[in-house]
Design a protein around this ligand. Structure first.
Ligand SMILES: *Cc1c(COP(=O)(O)O)cnc(C)c1O
Length: 429
């Protein structure tokens, strides 16, 4: 049936735009994947600790999601329905309401945006501005919220901002928790700036933050700091937006990254793993009193990805109806912390970063982190870096990785780090 020639890597170099990125670090053509494993055209197997940058929290091709999708397609289920009522959308909304929102006491409405995280962030920023009649949005150092112009204004990364080609307006940056070192509580700074009408910071429509900064180097905010920021938002008439696109869907050990921290955001953005299957899907949760967009005011042709609704429903019904998956996540977090502590012990000055199953090690330089990841890839592990200079080796294993395979992947990472540090020591002697 297929007329495609066997995959050749030269076509990517010849024809694909220079904007390609992750693929540059992994010299292989991938053909198949199940669970936490990927296979390339040569039949080599890799453990996947990148997991679509946390878009594959339940692994590749989960058998139950796959079967539900096959059944849906085989029965001529709707493939595209704009935002018409479909049984697939009803199924997702009902599961999300019953197993996620109601048990957490959240009366938020669900707004489907265009299918990318950046589009959900755009919607969140726009609706906060509409609710408050203000334009300024407070965002934090090292925050990452996507690369469309509005979301990019809230993103800190200088490289991405440099690609905008136009002024990035409407956002005031303040230091994230820990940005000024251990001795400074940056919530004090934010409080002072907001309290003084002549500080030069306009009254904000919203404060947007990640509870753990995924792309920004796995900086994890303290719960007390987050509560203070939430209180400051309330005191100053601003909406609190938590961008849970990467940290949510179980990545931090609970469904939402902010659970059990003593505050509930006014708006939550979700994408990446919300479909469960790696399909494009994004949404915004908003408190009913702030659900102020008129019909199609924030529009989009693909505001409902019906195939993603099918798999997203299965993901919730399979993993989030009782506490057993959460217990598993807590057990795996302990394994991860232990392995990464061993890794950081190998490298002078290295630091553990992150929280839950979103942890990594700041090894000091992007060069060293790259060397470790590249050595790991040659040993059969796919893993990436994050942070200002890519100095953090970041583990984003599928949350469903079986324990033996999780340990195997972590051992490959430790071996790679040992190789690299020993080579460096030898060279220095
Ligand atoms: C990935 C990410 C985004 C952007 O999502 P896209 O689907 O790439 O547009 C926004 N915020 C956070 C926290 C992310 O990790």
């Amino acid at each position: 049936m297929s007329t495609a020639k066997p995959a050749e890597i030269s076509v990517f170099k010849r024809r694909e735009s220079e904007a390609r990125s992750y693929c540059r670090g992994f010299d292989a053509v991938f053909t198949q994947a199940t669970g936490s494993e990927m296979i390339d055209a040569g039949g080599r197997r890799y453990i996947d600790f990148l997991a679509g940058c946390s878009s594959l929290n339940y692994g590749h091709n989960d058998p139950d999601m796959k079967q539900a999708l096959i059944d849906h397609i085989s029965a001529d289920g709707i493939a595209h329905g704009l935002d018409l009522h479909t049984d697939a959308k009803a199924g997702f909304l009902t599961a999300f309401e019953t197993h996620i929102l109601e048990p957490r006491g959240m009366d938020h409405r669900v707004m489907f945006t265009g299918p990318t995280g950046a589009n959900a962030v755009e919607a969140a920023m726009k609706i906060a501005r509409k609710v408050t009649g203000r334009t300024n949005i407070i965002a934090f150092t090292n925050g990452f919220h996507g690369v469309t112009t509005g979301a990019l204004a809230a993103t800190g990364n200088g490289y991405h901002r440099g690609g905008a080609g136009s002024p990035l307006n409407g956002v005031t940056r303040v230091p994230y928790d820990g940005f000024m070192g251990d001795g400074t509580d940056t919530a004090d700074y934010l409080e002072a700036m907001l309290a003084d009408g002549s500080s030069g910071v306009d009254a904000p429509a919203a404060i947007i933050l990640e509870t753990v900064q995924g792309e920004g180097g796995l900086n994890a905010a303290d719960a007390a700091w987050l509560r203070r920021v939430a209180d400051l938002a309330k005191d100053h008439g601003a909406l609190l937006i938590v961008d849970d696109i990467q940290a949510g869907c179980g990545r931090c050990g609970t469904f939402f990254s902010f659970e059990d921290m003593g505050f509930v955001p006014d708006i939550v953005t979700m994408a990446k793993s919300i479909s469960g299957f790696g399909l494009p899907m994004a949404l915004m949760l908003v408190r009913p009193q702030y659900d102020v967009f008129g019909p199609a005011e924030h529009n989009g042709t693909f505001r409902g990805n019906t195939h993603a609704f099918v798999t997203a429903r299965v993901a919730i019904e399979k993993f989030w109806t009782d506490g057993s998956f959460q217990q598993e996540l807590s057990d795996k977090t302990a394994i991860l912390t232990e392995a990464l502590t061993a890794l950081s012990d190998m490298i002078p000055g290295a630091r553990l970063k992150g929280r839950g199953l979103m942890q990594g090690v700041d090894v000091g330089t992007g060069g060293l982190a790259d060397e470790i990841c590249s050595r790991a890839f040659h040993k059969g592990l796919i893993i990436e870096t994050s942070g200002t200079d890519g100095e953090v080796v970041k583990v984003l294993a599928p949350l469903t990785t079986p324990e033996h395979q999780f340990r195997k992947g972590l051992n490959i990472l430790l071996d790679a780090a040992r190789d690299v540090t020993e080579t460096a020591r030898f060279a220095a002697e």
